[in-house]
Design a protein. Sequence first.
Length: 139
Amino acid sequence: MKLNGTHQLLVYADDVRILGGSIKIKIHRTIILLVVLYGCETCSLPLREERKLRVFENRVLRMFGPKRDEATRDWRKLQNKELKDLYASPNIAQVIKSRRMRWAGVVSSMGDRRGIYRVLVGRSEGKRPLGRPRKIILR
């Protein structure tokens, strides 16, 4: 999953320091989430991809910048928990899972004649022979 172009846009916007925090959140919700979540209802999400999405989301949320430590007066990067509290929205993997459940509800309300419904329910038509296909010699 490569989303470097979108990430580079945000890094540039963060480097320029033109945008405030609320604008950055709006950009994240309207551009980045739409790109990442496009077609997520039908694709699988293995644990490896879920981890990559979590890392990507934390990387994008770091656009809020560093935080000044009160005790030492030094700048430090925000921790993942602080990023989650600052953004206050479910992570991308949870959104994908909830959209997939919503899509399953839509498919379950479809009729029996629709192919996608038969795939979801598991009813197939016809029989397939067991084992590997026999070799056919064409003359």
